[in-house]
Design a protein around this ligand. Sequence first.
Ligand code: PLP
Length: 389
Amino acid sequence: MKEQKQSFDQVLERRGSNSLKWDNLADPQMIPMWVADMDFQVMPEIQEALHKRAEHGIFGYAGPDDSYRQAVCGWMQRRHQLEISPESILCSNGVVSALKTAIQAFSSPGDAVAVITPVYYPFYRAIESNGRKIHPLSLTLKEEGYVLEDSELEKLDGATLLLFCNPHNPVGKVWTEQEQQKIGAACLRYGVKVVSDEIHADFIRPGIRMVPFWNAVPGSRAWSILCTAPSKTFNLAALWTSNILIDDPAMREAFAKVMDRNGTGNPNIFGIDACRAACSCGDQWVDDLNEYIDSNFRFMKNYLSAELPQLKMIEPQGTYLAWVDCRNLGMNARELEAFMKQEAHLLLDEGEIFGKAGAGFERFNIACPRPVLEQALDQLRDAVHRLEG
Ligand SMILES: Cc1ncc(COP(=O)(O)O)c(C=O)c1O
């Protein structure tokens, strides 16, 4: 018998659960929609796997076994038509940690590391905290969405590494095969290795196709790595388990050496169990989740156009992040942040932290039950109406 669909509408209390998002909010009215974790419970099969491990009661050092690797290979094959070998999977304590490892393994202090801005802000920190230079390429906002002009690709000349993000956080762009091929060709021309952060790859809107970098750019397995994880897809961020795919043996060895030096390749036993369960039987759950997230995006878009036409959501193609242009409110970045916090009681990610071009934008995490999203939008509408008197 088919399991009953999970009700993503159910509002669950997260306060008092050591949640980075929900705990320590001084304002009781505040709705946090910043950090990218979801306010949904994991699927039952993951809970069962974790219960089983907890009942076993021994939590000694752990490592991924063949069934784990096969489960990850199966997921990539079924969901992304990507064939990977089991030995290409390296477990890392998170994707941000893997970005830092890659920077250390594939570049030298003082080197230029390219990013396409606006972008997920830990990319900047990962580069700077490792003594490398940020080498920005800029997205341009057009009527049809964000694009990377061909002229920007020339800026890859002189970079050692590109931190690529697909789907692109915060703007929700899913890079087409053709766009990736252009980027890949420029990287090959200038000898730039690519770290493709595909952590949001499972959140794709109807009609949009996600193509992993390795599939989009033939031959790129020799000079690129893919960062994947069950953490966003299945809401497992605090289990610190990610799967870094490295096909080229020399690159894999270099990466593994740095992980060993930094002590960041020690798998979490609960993460292993959860990831195995997720990749083995999470297909339907993720389809249902995507349907729900898509309906939240549609709800928000309709709400904004009916009630708050001053604000414009850039149509997302992937992720569960809404990137909203608030420049019509006529506030500078500091005023906008204060307005969102103090007037609308919303804790968002300020656009500017993703790069200068993000000023005047806000990033909303909409992976929450509809009633929470509706309440947040009502608070925003009321605050804007008060502002306009
Ligand atoms: C593009 C991107 N990469 C990495 C991460 C974080 O990965 P982890 O928690 O595994 O370090 C996030 C989280 O929001 C993200 O959006």
